[in-house]
Design a protein around this ligand. Structure first.
Ligand SMILES: Cc1cc2nc3c(=O)[nH]c(=O)nc-3n(C[C@H](O)[C@H](O)[C@H](O)COP(=O)(O)OP(=O)(O)OC[C@H]3O[C@@H](n4cnc5c(N)ncnc54)[C@H](O)[C@@H]3O)c2cc1C
Length: 342
């Protein structure tokens, strides 16, 4: 029987699935994957639906919603079941006095999805603390344990994202740090400024956690069902990583304007998608239809209540094309597209 998917996504978009299975144990997850694979049925795994753009036509197969639970702390070692709510888990580690994921507070979705795009914010990303990922490998038809170093983590990317039909994450293991109630060093200038500290200084864990939540809420980046600015998939575009030569070409055309550039590994510079969008003339709230840019953040595309996926994609294409025309830089979507493309 067709099952509506829109209510399972933070964008509230997408048509129905042919079948929806909710799994509450690892064994149920594995059984559902095997059943779909043996029937030759397409499979879509979802957690919190906060990084998904699903076609208005829906999904012609099984959608497996991961709702497993499990939060285990052993000293500084943390193991989370894939279905654990990420932001709740972060809050619990802060309450336990452990540093390592405190700046990732308030990010919606499940723990199991965090390695998929190497979730990151405010100068921290999960690649820094993940030691192991336990996943079901659909190719080998068995459960495997991958060391963090084997997950090919990079900026908003991993081997799980590169090979989406192979691995389903069951558990994620982290090594946190006991810094006597203090946070990891503050890396992000905006956080340092708002906390009134120097970069690289540590602050009380609870303070770091609360400040990140406050900053995120101001940008519509903490879910609030009553606020359409949060009916989004977070940042819709990744920050473009350019070669130093591309970055030099791009900045040479800017005249008075000065674009942000951050070192992004050997010979590469990362610039800001929000800066590009803003300076290409797309302001907060841009768009006349039922899909607009967030009124709090140019990087979030939002559903004002009655949008379709096609409305959202039309807006995304307008922004992408406008940035390309203004600066010659190609924006790439961060959320996973299901049955659609930009
Ligand atoms: C308001 C808002 C703010 C956000 N802020 C940030 C941010 O600061 N930083 C950031 O990095 N992201 C951010 N995001 C994006 C999103 O929250 C993260 O990518 C999150 O990890 C997605 O988790 P999810 O459970 O909702 O995944 P879903 O949207 O359900 O799925 C996303 C992808 O992961 C796959 N997946 C999900 N679970 C599993 C699993 N167990 N095994 C294998 N594959 C799986 C899905 O198949 C899909 O391809 C934000 C989103 C919103 C709506």
């Amino acid at each position: 029987m067709d099952a509506p998917l829109a209510p399972l996504t933070t964008l509230r978009l997408g048509g129905p699935a042919r079948r929806l299975v909710t799994a509450e144990t690892d064994a149920e997850v594995v059984a559902a994957i095997r059943a779909a694979d043996r029937a030759g049925e397409p499979l879509l795994v979802i957690g919190g639906g906060s990084n998904l753009v699903i076609s208005d036509a829906g999904f012609p197969g099984t959608v497996l919603r991961i709702a497993t639970t499990g939060f285990t702390l052993d000293g500084t070692l943390l193991e989370l079941a894939a279905g654990e709510v990420w932001s709740d888990a972060v809050a619990r580690t802060v309450d336990a006095g452990l540093a390592g994921i405190e700046f990732l507070a308030g990010i919606p979705g499940s723990a199991g999805a965090t390695p998929v795009q190497n979730v990151g914010a405010y100068g921290q990303e999960v690649a820094e603390t993940i030691t192991e990922v336990v996943a079901f490998d659909r190719l080998l038809d068995e459960t495997v344990t991958l060391a963090g170093a084997d997950c090919a983590f990079s900026y908003r990317h991993s081997r799980f994202k590169a090979d989406p039909d192979r691995y389903v994450v069951l558990r994620v293991r982290f090594r946190l740090a006991d810094e006597g109630g203090l946070s990891s060093p503050v890396k992000y200038a905006e956080v340092a400024r708002s906390l009134g500290v120097e970069a690289e200084q540590r602050v009380k864990l609870a303070e770091a956690h609360a400040e990140v939540l406050r900053l995120r809420a101001g940008k519509g980046m903490v879910l609030d069902p009553a606020d359409h600015d949060t009916w989004s998939a977070g940042s819709f575009f990744t920050n473009p990583v350019l070669t130093d030569a591309q970055f030099a070409d791009f900045t040479a055309t800017l005249g008075e304007l000065k674009a942000p550039g951050y070192p992004a590994g050997e010979g590469r510079t990362k610039t800001s998608a929000a800066w590009l969008i803003d300076n290409a003339g797309f302001r907060k709230g841009h768009g006349a239809g039922p899909a607009t840019l967030s009124t709090k953040h140019t990087l979030a595309l939002t559903n004002r209540g009655s949008a379709t996926t096609e409305d959202l994609l039309a807006l995304a294409r307008e922004v992408r094309d406008g940035v390309r025309a203004a600066f010659g830089v190609d924006l790439v979507n961060e959320p996973v597209m299901v049955g659609v493309s930009l």
